[in-house]
Design a protein around this ligand. Structure first.
Ligand code: SF4
Length: 61
């Protein structure tokens, strides 16, 4: 995976040390059975709920 840097990151948790480092971001959330911010709509992303349940709700699945 090629990291594209903070300018392309859709995460609004700006103090996170993993912003712009996609490999660390994915690994962090994978360990928690979660998904990174970029999987969510802007509205759902702002809840900071990265769960599968939120992802399915966000995608109307
Ligand atoms: S999605 Fe999670 S790990 Fe990734 S930058 Fe945002 S808060 Fe950090």
């Amino acid at each position: 995976m090629q990291c594209t840097g903070k300018e392309n990151c859709s995460c609004t948790y700006t103090s996170c040390s993993r912003r712009g480092n996609c490999c660390q971001c994915v690994a962090y959330h994978k360990d928690k059975n979660q998904f990174p911010a970029c999987f969510f709509s802007p509205e759902a992303e702002r809840t900071y709920d990265r769960s599968l349940a939120m992802l399915l709700k966000d995608r109307n699945l």
